[in-house]
Design a protein around this ligand. Sequence first.
Ligand SMILES: Nc1ncnc2c1ncn2[C@@H]1O[C@H](COP(=O)(O)OP(=O)(O)OP(=O)(O)O)[C@@H](O)[C@H]1O
Ligand SMILES: [Mg+2]
Length: 565
Amino acid sequence: MAQPQQQMMEMPDLSNAIVAQDEMGRPFIIVKDQSNKKRQHGLEAKKSHILAARSVASIIKTSLGPRGLDKILISPDGEITITNDGATILSQMELDNQIAKLLVQLSKSQDDEIGDGTTGVVVIASALLDQALELIDKGIHPIKIANGFDEAAKLAVSHLESVTEDITAIEFEKDSKLLNDYLFKAAKTSLGSKIVSKVHDKFAQMAVDSILSVMDKERKDVDFDLIKLQTRVGGSLEDSSLIKGVLLDKEFSHPQMPSKVLPREGQKSVKLAILTCPFEPPKPKTKHKLDISSVEEYKKLQTYEQDKFKEMIQYVKDSGADVVICQWGFDDEANHLLLQNELPAVRWVGGQELEHIAISTNGRIVPRFQDLSPDKLGECSSIYELEFGTTKDRMLVIEQPEESKTVTCFIRGSNKMIIDEAQRALHDSLCVVRNLIKDSRIVYGGGAAEVTMSLAVSEEADKQRGIHQYAFKAFANALDTVPMTLAENSGLDPIETLSTLKSKQLKENIPVFGVDCLGKGSNDMKELFVVDPFISKKQQIMLATQLCRMILKIDNVIISGKDEY
Ligand SMILES: Nc1ncnc2c1ncn2[C@@H]1O[C@H](COP(=O)(O)OP(=O)(O)OP(=O)(O)O)[C@@H](O)[C@H]1O
Ligand SMILES: [Mg+2]
């Protein structure tokens, strides 16, 4: 029997229907067409995620290690960035895959928390996902894999913790040279892969010196606001320097003011008045008007203004200041008077810089001339102008070599791209040194730490019963990707290198053998001084495992397109 025709017709989805009325008040229904909505689910979703992660990781993998390559990124408006920093590469790529975006966030969170290791974390995460894919193909349930990875990660980190070396066993005060040495080595390792590697000694020393000058010894913490990075195009990276004190992109307000100010005779330091009040006569407020109708009145006003200026200068002089730093501008009259009174001055100093100067020179920021007093003045050892090239380009250095609470890293380079990358590299190494101040345990780099963890995890795998065994093995394999990638990027045979490292570590039972990326002829990372902070490695493993777990738990992707009527 023929079916009634109505049943043959496919019913539209009425779940999103809207009832409307036409101009005559007759009701009608609008049915949304949801054909734009996409949906992936189950294994298909997981596999597509893993493939997306793999393609992102394959871009970034070649940047890992001292022989890693740089990338050039061009923004939509044509701005060029050349970089080796994982977080920067990822953040500038325009990705439209959701999982790829998760990887970007992963490296960003490593960057926020630790500062270095942003390439490594993505390499580990994608290796874990790759391994998970194989296990899924074997028919193991994703949640079982995720749980197994979780336990393996805990085991790996606790094993690594047991083989760390603590550098505060060397006491801070007793042997500061040895401590400096270790900090220096770690900073140098983090710079090894960057554009500044030719001058990495200089940059590493700069990082160590800046952190040691501004660190809070009691809290064992570093406030990064006290370290300022200033840059100027021109010169080369070798001309970069660390200035203890503040570097201002300003010059003295009058060309006849001296270009160098030293302490006056009998004084130990140059005294600075740091002002947020302008060198200006008081002005009538907006509602009032000043009418001048005769010459006398005008003269009166002029003398009044001059008296005001003199009064201000007198306040500054009385306080004993040698130099005036002012947040506001001042006109020619005030400038002239300052020069006459031998008070070199700097105008239009920004609020943040003013704070820096106050912190560095131990002075107070003074909002009124009447409030100036000798105890509120800042002190520094000298103030001088730096000149660049043939241009009349000048900067002011307010120097305080001993006990400066702020420092400025002044980076020079031949073009903006190099300077920007040098700045990022210096930031990485500052972070490494800061991390070691916070937690002084180190592990050996060049993949040595990963090999150690991998060996421990695969040893444990053999003791496991059931599915965990697979997950543990897979986790160990994922860890091996780091030394293998380092070897591959350095032109070595990855598998051969890995097996040599493993057999060496097993035989001698010390966690110091890593990939000899620079061809120094030794695998002993202790001898080559390649060290990484323990918290950086720990964070890498934890974050990567967390992300992998999260992705494995997703089994539905619903992308809602624009609704069409
Ligand atoms: N001289 C060296 N020999 C061997 N391995 C090294 C050497 N210098 C650094 N490494 C290793 O290179 C890896 C770091 O590489 P790289 O700095 O490119 O990546 P990252 O720190 O993960 O990311 P990023 O610095 O971009 O945030 C670490 O595993 C480190 O131990
Ligand atoms: Mg690094």
